[in-house]
Design a binder for this molecule. Structure first.
Ligand SMILES: [Fe+2]
Length: 310
């Protein structure tokens, strides 16, 4: 496929080296607010040649054959629409990318760190996060990855929550991200968190009447925002193509997840479980009780995946 239409993102000044330091931060704020509340920092990756449209095109082509590594949708979208609600698309992802200026598309490349340079950026970025927060990555983190987002002008990225703790770095174009407090139970009721951690990645429901509770950040090249786990967010792109890259990681938080799962199933049985965090002793019991069925379910799905690929 041709990438001629996107040549405006080719910069003759694009840098090819990984900066010695990616983030410029207020160290005190970073340590205090990380995974508690969103905040902005500066970053040094916006001029890097790994993010020209030709390079992103190569990355997309290499990612397409790999299962679940590319997600996209296109067309006019509402903030509260679900990712899973895909309107009929009468063109391919190749065309969506090639005509990104007018295709109203949102293209996500997961595991973008299969590109060696993006991988080196991820390692350096998360090394800085580790140093700034004191999180012991070897002990507390189970995986990390980089995700690239390519978005058409004016596109909305739908409201959702994530399992990952992330830094979202703006590379090209401007967009506004609206981030809500993950602990506001009116914005994000316990039932939605429980459903999210148990069975439904689209469990968070946008509530327009609480929009004014969001903190809004204008992302421009060189700016990054931190998004805590579970913090609901949606994005509004500006009038240019947007390219951004996410550096994220997941904690080894099976016990945390299992409390939400236990509450989800208790609620299904008509019970009224206490919210996670309200009673640590009960949380420990719930997490323990859920660990057996969750491990069995994981083993069954691993066997299924093996049989599929055999
Ligand atoms: Fe997200």
């Amino acid at each position: 496929m041709s990438t001629a239409v996107t040549s405006s993102l080719q910069s003759p000044l694009a840098s090819t080296s990984i900066p010695q330091r990616i983030y410029s931060v207020d160290r005190q704020q970073f340590a205090r607010d990380f995974n508690e509340r969103p905040f902005m920092v500066d970053h040094a990756l916006s001029g890097h040649s790994a993010f020209t449209m030709d390079r992103l095109h190569d990355l997309l082509e290499r990612s397409l054959p790999i299962r679940d590594k590319v997600y996209w949708n296109a067309g006019k979208r509402e903030v509260g629409q679900k990712w899973s609600d895909r309107p009929g698309r009468d063109f391919s992802i190749e065309e969506a990318f090639r005509r990104i200026r007018e295709s109203d598309a949102w293209i996500i490349i997961f595991g973008a760190d299969r590109d060696p340079e993006i991988h080196a950026m991820l390692e350096e970025g998360l090394k800085e996060v580790q140093e700034l927060t004191g999180i012991d990555f070897a002990r507390e983190v189970k995986n990390m990855q980089s995700i690239v987002f390519i978005t058409s002008p004016h596109r909305i990225s739908e409201y959702h929550i994530d399992r990952e703790c992330s830094m979202l770095l703006q590379i090209h174009g401007k967009k506004t991200i609206h981030i809500f407090d993950q602990n506001d139970r009116e914005v994000l009721p316990e039932e939605e968190k429980e459903r999210f951690w148990s069975v439904d990645n689209n469990a968070a429901i946008y509530k327009p009447h609480f929009q004014d509770r969001a903190r809004s950040f204008l992302l421009e090249p060189g700016k990054a925002v931190h998004i805590p786990i579970n913090a609901p967010h949606w994005l509004q792109n500006g009038d240019d193509i947007s390219v951004s890259v996410n550096q994220n990681f997941q904690f080894r938080n099976e016990r945390y997840a299992n409390v939400y799962r236990a509450n989800y199933y208790m609620r299904k049985l008509g019970m009224h479980p206490s919210p996670r965090g309200a009673h640590p002793g009960r949380d420990r019991m719930k997490a323990k009780a859920m660990s057996v069925p969750v491990n069995v379910a994981k083993k069954v799905s691993a066997i299924r995946a093996k049989m599929k690929s055999a």
